[in-house]
Design a protein around this ligand. Structure first.
Ligand code: PRX
Length: 654
């Protein structure tokens, strides 16, 4: 595997003349003029962009901004599912494939045994049927519907059905545990869950229904569980509560009028980790999110009618919401959905899919790229990847070596790479190259998208010039921005709008280089990014202390070659509990049961005491040093008890 130090990295990569010539935006001058207008006249700019979408009633005002509250397309009436389906059909795309899905299972020859194609007409029919089924169950506009499903087309169908009737969805990633489901259900006060008997992952069955049953055992909120049959594993169905998906849609009409939603009606909640407390329900509304998802998808991936576009994310994360479902479908193209793991049955699976469907645009995460690098370049080399025209990266900083590997082995040395920076909160991509225009620098997300007024500032809000490192903020609202944290106005204001006055604070640090390019340096709060997945240290700590033998826990991140960042937990035990390898395993498992496998600490160390300041605050900086270098060499003058660090420095790992 090429390492960062051994790979000489040319400074900039310009898009090829051929790519630029066919792109939506072709020249730097065009980008600059459009960007300038989008900042100086956001209402004019976004009003024009939104005119490409379908509104039942046009807005009265494009934008209202009363920090921290943004409203977009005020007074407009629209429906996101209508825009994804009916509107595409009206434009003549009815027989075009909307979703091309490949299941994880393969036959003896390695060929997929489950492939399903849905045209826009098919998808509309199935969405309407399920929308009618939801209505029959009593789901009404405004009711939150929880979706805990594997990567099957029915997940997208359920989302669109919710959107069609104006019932916000709350998708929970299928890797989360029963406890995590309960936390989200209760916060959203959601009484209906849609799940599946199981999901396939690396050839094994993930017991989704069982997890839902366990969750229902911890709360009496849930009135209805809809179960899609995917794996055929044995499950129990509770009378009066559980209903099979196929029974629920039985007899339902295949047309369903789309609700005329207000522009600011809630479209979905998506829970994500913060630096304190439980996950927060990020609230997105209808018209602004819709317009932003459609337009960013079109411009960043340079979408064209015949694209075979594949985003490898799970729909349980925001990337899947915006760039598997809502963005691509509004562009009338084919969005590919793959059910399983990148290494099932082997590490060639992704390249086989690219070759099989002649994928033109491919969007994945740096962690995946690094995992592929480890397997060797000969694997993609065995496949015809010449259909690829553009590559995308998301979720974490991409190291230059991974960027170069992506460029050479997947992009044939010519396809532009869009390193897209954004967040669950931003709804869509905010900092990114435009593929026909931007000269890319490996490792930099480059420049702000249209309407995005990004800056790097100091804690006191002072805007820093080019060539500086600082905190990344956005100074004007954009259509896709979050409208709140569900049920927690104070946390919304405190997290995003009070640390730095007058602007949206991203929680990320960034370098603003001499050319005006942004380089994201990572989170500056107590949020970790493991394989592009966000984890709050507080959440993992509270999972650990919920174990009867744990007295106190502190969690930090440390660099990991594969996952970007990995989790290290420092744990002190109660009374006479003895530290042992067995207990260490037990605690790591305990975290996985409380949250999900992605939160399982890679490293767990027992310690007699945690390093604290005199005011009792855990000194995470010291723990990070310990986790990374094995010892603390930095300043420890504010430490309350110097002996703790002395002990940790010398103590062998248990
Ligand atoms: O730290 C940034 C990192 O991921 C965080 C957002 O995580 P989440 O809400 O889960 O959304 C991930 C998918 C959009 C950011 O605060 N991040 C995301 N994209 C990049 C990134 N860091 C560096 N480069 C990126 N392209």
């Amino acid at each position: 595997m090429a390492s960062d130090s051994s790979t000489p990295v040319p400074q900039k990569f310009a898009p090829s003349a051929d790519f630029s010539a066919q792109a939506h935006v072709k020249t730097v001058a065009e980008y600059e003029a459009m960007h300038k207008r989008s900042i100086e006249d956001p209402e004019g700019f976004w009003g024009e962009i939104a005119s490409d979408c379908h509104f039942f009633k046009k807005w009265d005002k494009v934008r209202e901004w009363n920090l921290p509250d943004a409203k977009w397309f005020v007074g407009g009436k629209t429906n996101v599912a209508y825009n994804c389906l009916d509107y595409q059909i009206e434009k003549g795309r009815g027989d075009h494939t909307a979703i091309l899905w490949e299941g994880e299972l393969v036959d003896d020859k390695g060929e997929p045994t489950d492939v399903r194609k849905f045209t826009y007409n098919d998808l509309l029919r199935d969405v309407c049927k399920f929308a009618n089924a939801l209505k029959k169950m009593g789901v009404k506009k405004g009711d939150r519907v929880t979706l805990y499903m594997p990567m099957v087309p029915e997940l997208a169908i359920a989302m669109l059905a919710c959107a069609r009737i104006g019932a916000p969805h709350s998708v929970i990633f299928g890797g989360f545990s029963a406890q995590a489901i309960v936390d989200r259900l209760e916060d959203a006060q959601s009484t209906v869950i849609v799940t599946a008997d199981g999901g396939y992952r690396r050839g094994k069955i993930v017991p989704l229904k069982k997890n839902v049953d366990d969750a229902c055992g911890m709360t009496d909120l849930v009135k209805t569980v809809v179960v899609y049959e995917r794996t055929g594993n044995e499950i129990t169905m509770k009378d009066g509560r559980d209903v099979w998906w196929h029974d629920a849609i039985e007899g339902c009409a295949d047309t369903c009028e789309a609700e005329h939603c207000d522009a600011e009606d809630m479209l979905f909640l998506l829970y994500t980790s913060g630096s304190t407390g439980k996950p927060k329900g990020i609230l997105h509304t209808t018209a602004g999110y819709m317009v932003f998802a459609a337009y960013t998808a079109k411009m960043v991936f340079d979408l064209k009618p015949d694209d075979m576009y594949w985003c490898t994310a799970d729909i349980g994360w925001v990337t899947g919401h915006s760039y598997i479902v809502y963005g691509p479908l509004q562009n009338g193209i084919t969005t590919i959905m793959y059910e399983g793991a990148p290494n099932h049955p082997d590490w060639e699976r992704f390249w086989a899919i690219v070759q099989r469907y002649k994928v033109t645009k491919f969007y994945t995460a740096p962690t995946a790229i690094r995992a592929f690098m480890k397997q060797g370049e000969e694997l993609p080399g065995k496949y015809d990847l010449s259909s690829i025209k553009l590559l995308g990266s998301v979720g974490e900083p991409i190291n230059p070596a991974a960027w170069m590997w992506y460029h050479e082995h997947l992009g044939g040395g010519t396809s532009p790479i869009v390193d897209t920076w954004w967040q669950t909160e931003t709804g869509g991509i905010l900092i990114t190259p435009l593929p026909g225009v931007t000269e890319t620098k490996p490792g930099s997300a480059t420049q702000p998208f249209f309407g995005v007024d990004a800056a790097v500032v100091e804690r006191d809000g002072t805007v820093l010039p080019r060539g500086s490192n600082g905190l990344l903020v956005i100074r004007q609202p954009w259509p896709g921005m979050l409208r709140g944290i569900y049920g927690d106005r104070d946390r919304f204001i405190k997290t995003y709008f009070s640390e730095i006055e007058g602007v949206y604070f991203t929680g990320d640090g960034a370098r603003f280089d001499e050319d005006g390019y942004f380089w994201i340096t990572g989170r500056v709060d107590d949020v970790l990014n493991v394989s592009g997945h966000r984890m709050g240290t507080a959440e993992i700590e509270s999972a650990l202390v919920s174990h009867p033998r744990v007295a106190e826990a502190a969690v930090v991140g440390f660099p990991d070659e594969l996952t970007g960042e990995a989790i290290c937990a420092f744990v002190t035990l109660k009374g006479d509990s003895e530290a042992s390898a067995g207990l260490k395993d037990e605690l790591r498992k305990h975290v996985a049961t409380q949250i999900g496998a992605i939160a399982r600490p890679k490293d767990l160390r027992f310690t007699d005491a945690l390093p604290k300041t005199r005011s009792g605050k855990i000194m995470r900086r010291l723990l990070r040093e310990l986790a990374t270098k094995g010892r603390v060499e930095g300043d420890i003058t504010t430490l309350e008890d110097l002996t703790t660090i002395a002990a940790m420095n010398t103590k062998d790992e248990e």
